[in-house]
Ligand binder design. Sequence first.
Ligand SMILES: Cc1cc2nc3c(=O)[nH]c(=O)nc-3n(C[C@H](O)[C@H](O)[C@H](O)COP(=O)(O)OP(=O)(O)OC[C@H]3O[C@@H](n4cnc5c(N)ncnc54)[C@H](O)[C@@H]3O)c2cc1C
Length: 838
Amino acid sequence: MSDALKTDVRALVVGGGAVGTSIAYHLARAGWGEVMLLERDELTSGSTWHAAGLLPLFNMSYATTHIHKYSVDFYKTLEAETGLNAGFHVVGNLRMAQTRARMDEYMLYSTTAETCGVHHEFLTPAEIAARWPLVRTEDLIGALFHPQDGYINPADVTMAMAKGARQRGVLIARKWQVDGYAWAGDHWQVAVTRMEEKGGNLVASDERTVIRAEHVVTATGNHAQRTARLLGLKIPAIPVEHQYIVTEPDPALVAWRESHPPHPVLRDADAHWYVREERGGWILGPYEQGAPARFAYGVPESFRADLFPLDLERIEEEYMSFIHRIPSAETVGLKDDFNGPICYTPDGNPLVGPAPGLRNMWLAEGFSFGITAAGGTGYYLAQMMVEGEAGIDMASLDPRRYGSWMTTEYAARKNEECYSHVFILHHPDEEREACRPLRTAPAYDRQKARGAQFGQVDGWERPIYYGPPDAPADFDHQARSFRRGGWWPHAVTEARAIREGVGLIDATAFAKHRISGPGATAFLDWYTTNRLPKVGRINLTYALTDAGTVRSEYTIVRMGDSDYTLVSAGAWNAYDEDVLYAAIGEREAEFGRINTEDVTTKWGVFAIAGPKSRDVLRAVIRDADPATALTNARFPWLSARRIELGMCPVTAIRVAYTGELGWELHHPIEMQNYLFDLLEKAGAPQGMTLVGARAQNWLRQEKSYRAFGNELGRDATPLEADLARFVDLSKDFRGKAAMEKTGIRSLCVTVLIDGPADADPWGKEALYAADGVTRVGRLTSGGYSVVFGRQIGLGYVRPDLATPGTRLKVRMLRELWDAEVTVDSPHDPQNARLRADG
Ligand SMILES: Cc1cc2nc3c(=O)[nH]c(=O)nc-3n(C[C@H](O)[C@H](O)[C@H](O)COP(=O)(O)OP(=O)(O)OC[C@H]3O[C@@H](n4cnc5c(N)ncnc54)[C@H](O)[C@@H]3O)c2cc1C
């Protein structure tokens, strides 16, 4: 039997798993009427039915922690609302640590969790043994315990959300498959087909219709590739096999349970598995190596609520470590097994938010912890759709974070890697290895030969620091730590080189968009907060959301009346472009024709900086009067000039993200090696050092330069980021009224920290008042200052604590360390070094 349909709705949610059901529920709860959910089969018949139902709060990301926390709190309320018991067993969650590095990871997590109000405790091996004697503890060094989470029945929680949604007016129609989407100017025309059962198969009937929907949300789980095809998009959500096994009852466990409460979910992260009780036995869920991606080109018609055969050999190692940890399980037989598709994305975060290039089309795809994330995803996505923005910055989940260079093979291989990484140590300086190198600028081989260790930004290989030239291929991997990794002394040397001499940074990954045409000036004036630069000048400016928070940060370079280049963070190229082009599309009729060109891959960028940078450039500049070409008179700070370095034409911009005298050298990418060799030769007499992104990240904090994705994002206005000097309040610009209405909820500050001897903050730490008790904010960046010889960080605090000199505390490694709010730009506050003449 299929359910009746509405043919005209405000929002159509496609997919009746945990995620789609939660979204429909939350849209209705946020006040939208006319919400309909379509499911091609039965509710929960995708991945949801066979999930183990664990709800792990632990997550190193601020946004995801908020999402998971919301779910855990929300699921506890469902029974009161719907009368349905979602089977939530609040047994707690015990994460065991076998190594000091694992405890360091938990300590870093702990301080982030504090910023989100997530309760947790640390336990010693003796405390674990006393509470749960079936667990072997002699090779543990401790554990992190979440008393408030546990596991839930995935089908029951979905049914409870479905009932809650229906009670709020949502129509849920099963056995209707979406087969096509067409945008009709102000709504979507969605073609749907009634599905019917035939001999155990689900087949399309002849009954078809078209639904008019103002908004569409896709939450199609393992069917994301079909959804992508129907929408003409690339969506990197591809499932990987995931298995778990269920044992027969364990007599020791049964006996123990006669007089004790259930065990928490047990996680032996260093052994790559989780375990929970199930009817007197155990469920063992391993995250093993070698689990293959499936359905890279779509789910076969014959696959319904099916499973793959168990591959016991692949999980042998995890099984052995399970019986080591819980010795009583050794003689217990296997009762059942599950091997199902679990969706992943290349970075492990789901894709939640607007679909690239489309209007009123929202994606909620690629969930690997979809039961845990469903509640919070529904809540925050509904906020985005109903109010325009979510209450937290969802950028790390934005579907527009993958560029057009991303392919199916890349997504499949990265997703396999992501699965196998679930239980690895999540170092904040982690750089994942699969599918590399892929996007390389010409100088890659030269940099590598000089010891560069690379990180990835939007797929580009970018030097993060220069290790020893003869370093092994996995040098960086070995060098990682939650404290100061093996790369730390190299970054110190590089940072000092820029402060004291001269360094060269590869910034080719910057996103670069050229905007021109008769409407360009008026458009950019409306789109960005700062006054537009004069011809030959540059400025720093912000594009805002309609909620008045920061959407993008740009350096605008103006080379002609209507000739602008917008330079922004490399990691956000696809996102910046999507938002920019959508805004142009909306306003072009009003402002006049606007031409756009993504020149990111046409132009390489080297940033040369340091007191001796002018001397290096002067040696290679070709000019009628090379002696004056780089002086303040001819090339002042914050200006741009077309110059020639040897035979290479360069658009040079006098600006340096490191805060020293310096220039960005935008050059034709095909001449990059020529320019590299030229600069290297000219730099040798000045001791020029090749510098990576890690040192640059420290240096920019000494200048209080905010970074997009850290200090800048959709949860703070530029005024809250304390960037009023880049906001021209005398003009009208997008988001201005909302920005002014928001006021100042918290303020961005720079802090210097007297921290531990062997660790720096990562920008995830909680900030406390001087009393060490009252939480007053959080760090969003962190590192080491070579100028001050102390730890440094940027973050947000209560406005009354933002005055320079205010004493604060920072939580690192479970302890509180003294910190002090500094003046903005503690290094060279007058910018004298940037303006230096010569
Ligand atoms: C073995 C295993 C154990 C797991 N354990 C856990 C766990 O402990 N905790 C946890 O949080 N997560 C777990 N997961 C992951 C979890 O199952 C998924 O993340 C979650 O179910 C995803 O929910 P969803 O709603 O996104 O997708 P799904 O549940 O797959 O739902 C998508 C729905 O969309 C429907 N659909 C697709 N295309 C169309 C269309 N064109 N028209 C109409 N309907 C359509 C499908 O029929 C399907 O019902 C596990 C997964 C596996 C495989």
